[in-house]
Design a binder for this molecule. Structure first.
Ligand code: NAD
Length: 332
């Protein structure tokens, strides 16, 4: 069976990352027919929108997409393609695994954490207004429905991946209504999963503990803003955004992408580290039900990095992006 997957190369380093992924997926033996669609600034000039309807229609049809980074203008210009995709497809769960790879320079080792971030509400609803010229207000939305589905997702993920514990992240001591509702809902959902340990942490205390005793944690589930911050902290624990994969998952579709941006300063020079994008491809293979192939690709990436001969310069090597990908393909 050939899988149909929407491929959005993105811009900046996106096309180089896409070429690297193509090489590795071809070597994995998993048959994938890519449906290529552009999004971002170049498309805006051509089509009048940065995210044409045909891109969303393609993801709705294939149900799976992998996306390179897309440059978003700051302060003005078009809306983030990433945010627009998440909203259009109701990709409510942002999944960010953070697992140490021997050979990646980092202050920490042995990290194995997964952040499950709620992707649709909280302060990210963007409901803000100017009260007076000197004061502005932003409204934090937390609902039982969205809290329940994200916590349920975290427990289901834990069960499916042999994880033993889920920790709910909140600030319910201060935001008693909003975060209080999230925490109450998390406790209720936890009752349906007696096989998985459950606890909760106040977000500031969690951040402190993550850098002191990260081994105490396993799967972390959080509302949008805390999830955003904690997932970057976890990416920092494993050596930075260049090696951190991600996924945005909904009931009907999933979009896989690296945590990092489009790297305009290194684009077109064959030096971008493809690890985060290739590991996003690993998450995609798992999602397609190709767990064995996903494991093989992960192991091949890990082995190439551990060996250290054909790695990119941010990891201390001298290889180009495509040579790194070829090294992974050779291992496969
Ligand atoms: P960035 O992640 O693109 O770059 C930050 C620094 O890290 C740069 O020095 C870059 O060269 C380096 N870097 C990033 N990825 C790397 C990799 N894989 N290998 C080696 N070095 C790497 O972040 P930024 O500069 O803040 O953002 C650039 C653009 O990307 C912005 O327009 C931003 O909006 C966009 N962005 C897009 C996404 C996405 O599409 N998912 C995510 C974040 C940022």
């Amino acid at each position: 069976m050939t899988y149909r997957v929407t491929l959005i190369p993105g811009d900046g380093t996106g096309p180089e990352l896409t070429a690297a992924l193509d090489t590795v997926i071809a070597a994995s033996g998993v048959p994938i027919a890519w449906q290529r669609h552009d999004a971002g600034a170049a498309v805006l000039e051509r089509c009048g929108t940065a995210l044409p309807d045909e891109v969303i229609a393609s993801v709705r049809a294939t149900k799976v997409a992998i996306k390179g980074p897309v440059t978003t203008p700051v302060g003005a210009g078009f809306r983030s393609v990433n945010v627009a995709l998440r909203q259009a497809l109701d990709l409510y769960a942002c999944l960010r695994p953070a697992r140490s790879l021997p050979g990646v320079p980092s202050r920490f080792s042995g990290i194995d954490l997964v952040v499950v971030r709620e992707n649709t509400e909280d302060l990210y609803a963007g409901i803000e207004h100017q009260v007076t010229p000197e004061a502005a207000e932003s409204i934090k939305i937390i609902t039982r429905a969205a809290s329940e589905r994200i916590v349920r997702y975290a427990f289901e993920y834990a069960r499916a991946h042999g994880r033993h514990k889920v920790t709910a992240v909140h600030k319910a001591n201060i935001m008693k209504l909003t975060d209080g509702l999230f925490l109450r809902t998390a406790r209720e959902v936890a009752g349906a999963y007696p096989d998985i340990e459950f606890d909760d942490r106040i977000v500031d205390n969690l951040c402190l503990q993550l850098v002191q005793t990260p081994e105490r944690y396993d799967v972390l589930v959080a509302p949008n803003l805390y999830g955003d911050i904690v997932s970057d902290l976890c990416a920092g624990l494993i050596g930075g955004a260049g090696v951190a994969p991600g996924a945005n998952i909904g009931a009907d579709a999933a979009v896989f992408e690296a945590v990092h941006g489009s790297g305009p300063d290194i684009a077109g020079r064959d030096i971008v580290n493809p690890t985060a994008f290739l590991l996003s491809g690993v998450l995609m293979l798992e999602h397609l039900g190709e767990a064995a192939a996903a494991g093989r690709v992960y192991d091949a990436v890990a082995a190439v990095i551990a060996e250290g001969r054909r790695i990119t310069r941010d990891l201390g090597g001298t290889a180009g992006t495509q040579e790194f990908a070829q090294a992974v393909a050779d291992r496969l």
